[in-house]
Write a protein that binds this ligand. Structure first.
Ligand SMILES: [Zn+2]
Length: 406
């Protein structure tokens, strides 16, 4: 038993039911209609617990924006300062999630059916991150039942495209982040249940090497092999990694060449890059771009051309004072709820938290439900974690303070 010993939690059934309904609506990022159906279902669930819909939730793959009124104290000087200066209206807190998943439609009927097994609930997107969103509805229901109000107005943002880098929701997230006191992100927690306070920046580069084709037997000297040029490009690229400093890279795909008896005219590399700080982001971007100068990597054949595209699209999530203050408050709340060891840490994976943080908003991420197997056919949550998560999120919403006022 977690939380107050033996206490009933009527919201648990609500969360479980909503979660199963959300998982049954498969919602791959690439299928806007399907994602729209999941957003629509979720919008109705939010409305039932008192949230007001501002945008989205009409069956389209458009970011859902909903608001929940927060504590107001018009005209009364706030004990912690700021309430009076802002006319009694506190800045909103963002609560952020995504309803798209990486699993194509058919996963549910195929390799990853919705099922409970050994205390685990399996299903596409259950862990990343429909459970986190279902818990939010449970937390709001809990606050309502107990007659409490969030400490700040809440702006709930649920995006349709996080798994593909937030192309349509990015600007909205950044604009909202600039106005907000802070943001809670409902992505899965760290292994063991901890939150996420630091995320690596994520980039993708495409490096095209162009050479000159020729017959490999008759006149190879007329050709300049793009693939042989890789022998110079690849070591120079890999030398940019600095795992100690948090810079890693992975050439995940190589495409090019052709018939084996032809000097290869082109080859293309796709590279995933992770960085821990904004400084390293600048360093790696400059380093990869410099590969576009073939003589710089010892290629002296003017027929070899190298083209570099891409960059670090999701900046690193680096905690500032505001994020540390949010975490400190969250740790107090976790302790009060019986988990004194709860803390937050770092991960190499990116999320919408990266965009919010880079826009200057203090972010506490990884507030979803414990489980494992994100992006695989083993994806599941631990059902026993649900009650604590509902209580924890409810207390966070009720007890968070604007870090800029403390
Ligand atoms: Zn996710």
């Amino acid at each position: 038993v977690t939380g107050p010993r033996g206490a009933e939690l009527p919201e648990l059934a609500l969360v479980r039911d909503l979660l199963e309904r959300l998982v049954r609506v498969e919602s791959p990022s690439q299928d806007p209609e399907a994602v729209g159906r999941a957003l629509d279902l979720y919008a109705r669930a939010l409305e039932e617990v008192g949230a007001e819909l501002r945008a989205g939730g009409r069956g389209e793959a458009e970011t859902l924006v909903a608001e929940v009124a927060g504590f107001r104290q018009a005209g009364v000087p706030g004990a912690r300062g700021g309430d009076d200066a802002t006319g009694g209206i506190r800045r909103p807190f963002l609560v952020v999630g995504h309803l798209d998943t990486v699993h194509p439609v058919g996963t549910l009927a195929g390799p990853l059916p919705l099922r409970e097994e050994d205390g685990r609930l399996y299903g596409p997107g259950v862990y990343d991150m429909k459970a986190g969103l279902a818990v939010l509805v449970g937390a709001l229901a809990l606050l309502r039942r107990t007659g409490r109000t969030p400490a700040h107005p809440l702006r709930i943002l649920v995006t349709p495209d996080e798994e593909v880098g937030a192309p349509s929701s990015r600007r909205l997230l950044e604009a909202q982040a600039r106005e907000a006191a802070g943001a809670l992100v409902l992505e899965p927690p760290l292994p063991g249940g901890g939150g996420k306070i630091r995320r690596k920046g994520v980039g993708e580069f495409r490096i095209h090497v162009h050479g000159a084709p020729a017959h490999a037997g008759i006149e190879p000297e007329r050709g300049a092999s793009a693939i042989h040029a890789l022998g110079r490009v690849l070591p120079a690229l890999l030398a940019l990694a600095d795992p100690e400093a948090g810079i890693t890279l992975n050439v995940g795909r190589v495409q090019g060449g052709g018939p084996v008896n032809v000097v290869a005219a082109r080859v293309e590399l796709t590279v995933d890059v992770r960085v821990s700080t904004a400084q390293e982001k600048a360093r790696i971007e400059a380093g990869v771009r410099a590969l576009g100068e073939p003589w710089g990597v010892g290629l002296h054949d003017s027929r070899i051309r190298i083209q570099v595209e891409g960059g670090v699209d999701r900046p690193p999530m680096e905690p500032g004072e505001g994020a540390w203050a949010l975490l400190a408050r969250a740790r107090e709340i976790a302790r009060e709820l019986g988990r004194p060891a709860w803390d937050a840490g770092a991960t190499g994976g990116g999320s919408d938290g990266n965009l919010l943080s880079a826009a200057g908003c203090p972010v506490l991420d990884g507030l979803g439900v414990e489980g494992d197997g994100a992006h695989t056919f083993e994806e599941h949550i631990l059902l026993e974690d649900l009650p604590w998560r509902i209580r924890f999120l409810a207390e966070l919403l009720a007890g968070l303070e604007d870090p800029s006022l403390s």
